[in-house]
Design a protein around this ligand. Structure first.
Ligand code: COA
Length: 259
């Protein structure tokens, strides 16, 4: 796949997708979003890819938002389509049944914060800055920020962040549950790899089912979510992976899920 705005690299079964417009702080323009969508679809269908990391090029930014120079020219119909397009790509990321980690290496504002929230796990360098500053531009978030932020940090905190448009530093982001871990910038790759190493040692089907159960279950009544969980639990019981995991425990050895 040829990309002008992304760098794509496979490292030991992990696909690193790097948004690569550092001179524009990796702002998401239309072409970048199209490439990102295709890159996520390709990662989904490639059996050699076991996990995905999304990050930004350069030392300053993860993604500084949607490209404001494009926003500036949108009419109402185009603006709605613009939002739906970004939402579709971010939904594709969230619904990937392989773990997706955002390695947030700097500004994650607007669409950047929304992109990070569509990933399953967020690891931030200590210099990362999150926020949804759209109100300062006379806009609201269009890539599901109003929906994912309250689900992560609660309604009250989300509304305060959305309505003020203020920056949220990495330390606060960790405290309020917006990120999973914070580390020094030079430790970001190792921290991400450490988390992924633990995940990828587990049963891949079980990992995929956890993602599905959480993603779909959160949008269902509790009883329906529990039924979904029980159904996936049943499907897992038919797999070699459950046989291997439980047998390995009983034989006091480490389970081997991937050869
Ligand atoms: N869209 C388009 N271009 C952007 C951008 C965005 N969201 N964010 C940054 N850029 C561009 C700047 O225009 C500048 O380009 P130029 O050198 O051609 O003028 C370049 O990236 C560097 O940004 P700059 O503002 O000079 O860096 P800074 O360190 O002074 O400030 C930010 C960094 C992130 C505080 C500032 O760029 C900013 O506020 N960006 C917009 C954030 C935002 O509102 N995002 C939500 C959009 S919906």
């Amino acid at each position: 796949m040829t990309c002008d705005n992304l760098l794509i690299e496979d490292l030991e079964g992990v696909r690193w997708i790097t948004l690569n417009r550092p001179d524009k702080l990796n702002a998401l323009n239309r072409d970048t979003l199209v490439e990102l969508d295709a890159a996520v679809a390709a990662a989904a269908s490639d059996d050699a890819v076991h996990a995905v990391v999304v990050t930004g090029a350069g030392e300053k930014a993860f993604v500084a938002g949607a490209d404001i120079s494009e926003l500036n020219t949108l009419g109402p119909v185009e603006a709605k389509e613009f939002a739906l397009r970004g939402q579709a790509t971010f939904n594709r990321i969230e619904r990937l049944t392989k773990p997706v980690v955002a390695a947030v290496n700097g500004f994650a504002l607007g669409g950047g914060c929304e992109l990070s929230m569509s990933c399953h796990i967020r690891v931030a360098s200590a210099n990362a800055i999150f926020g949804q500053p759209e109100v300062k531009l006379g806009l609201i978030p269009g890539y599901a920020g109003t929906q994912r932020l309250p689900r992560l940090v609660g309604k009250g905190r989300a509304l305060e962040i959305l309505l003020t448009g203020r920056n949220v530093g990495a330390e606060e982001a960790e405290r309020i549950g917006l990120v999973n871990a914070v580390c020094q910038p030079e430790e970001l790759t190792a921290t991400v790899n450490g988390i992924l190493g633990k995940i990828l040692a587990n049963g891949p089907l079980a990992v995929a089912h956890c993602i599905e159960a959480v993603n779909h279950g959160l949008d269902m009544p509790f009883d329906d979510g529990c039924l979904l969980e029980a159904t996936l639990f049943g499907v897992g019981a038919a797999s070699d992976q459950m046989a291997e995991g439980t047998t390995a425990f009983l034989e006091k050895r480490k389970a081997v899920f991937r050869s």
